[in-house]
Design a protein around this ligand. Sequence first.
Ligand code: ZN
Length: 338
Amino acid sequence: MRDVLEINGKIIGLGERVRLELPVARLYTDGEIGIPIEVIRGKRKGPTVFLSAAIHGDELNGIEIIRQVIQSKALTRLKGTVIAVPIVNVHGVLNHSRYLPDRRDLNRSFPGSEKGSLAARVANLFLTEIVHKCDYGIDLHTGAIHRSNLPQIRANLEDEETFQLAKAFGVPVLLNSTLRDGSLRQSASEEGAKILLYEAGEALRFDDISVRAGVKGVLNVLSELGMLPKRKSRLQTEPFVAKSSSWVRATASGIVNSKKQLGDHVKKGEVLAEIGNPFGDVIDVVKAKYAGIVIGKQNIPLVQEGDAMFHVAIFADSEEVAEQIEILTEHYTDEVTG
Ligand SMILES: [Zn+2]
């Protein structure tokens, strides 16, 4: 761990906790726009971890997860450094939009460049000012607009340490992802940082279970890294790695009557949804092409033929995964209601 941490020209020493703003761009109105950051450094040495959310500006669950993590009393015993970036895509959050005003996807614009498009500049700034100073990172996402994701970790599970951290997070569904897609995850991994991507919930919404599982997950990972004391009340769910996953698309255009929900175990050929006309006639049924678990789902009950409706992941033993998902859901629902 570095004794000296410098962000935007400001030196942050061991034991310090500071809030700062990383200037991104000037506005038409002559004002400035900046990324809000909180840096928490323990007195004792340990790894440096970034927590990032809202790289897609309409994905808000992660903002709430970071707010709760950095308010957590557990952090008073922190070893090492947490760099919390609750809002990476500030323009996107202001506009309730996934994208930047130049209509680029920030998470396809890494590593970016100093003199490139707005998206390329934000990506480059985040990489040089934050990621380069970190050993690990947890990037928080949700489904796209009108789509929900079951809490899941996506990471390069072929890397042994990343796999250990993914398991420690504490959600049942893990997806191996080694795409070269211009994402923060890809660029950060190439810089040598180990990255987990947490996907849960829907854009523009807070989802209680996703937020609670996310807060616990982040604290579990910090604990696994030795940055926080061992956690006593840790929920034990078994993690399973999906063999593959794909979207089931609408076979007709119409009004949707969903038969399956997030986390459900589906059998090959089972009906996922009925598609009907405005008079109540069923005109087609959408069936599972193989057995698996519904890990993502379109929520808007209107579809055009070809729309992606259900994201189904295949596991060696889907029934066991479904059981673990039920344990997770019940655990966090109890916490919400009682
Ligand atoms: Zn996202």
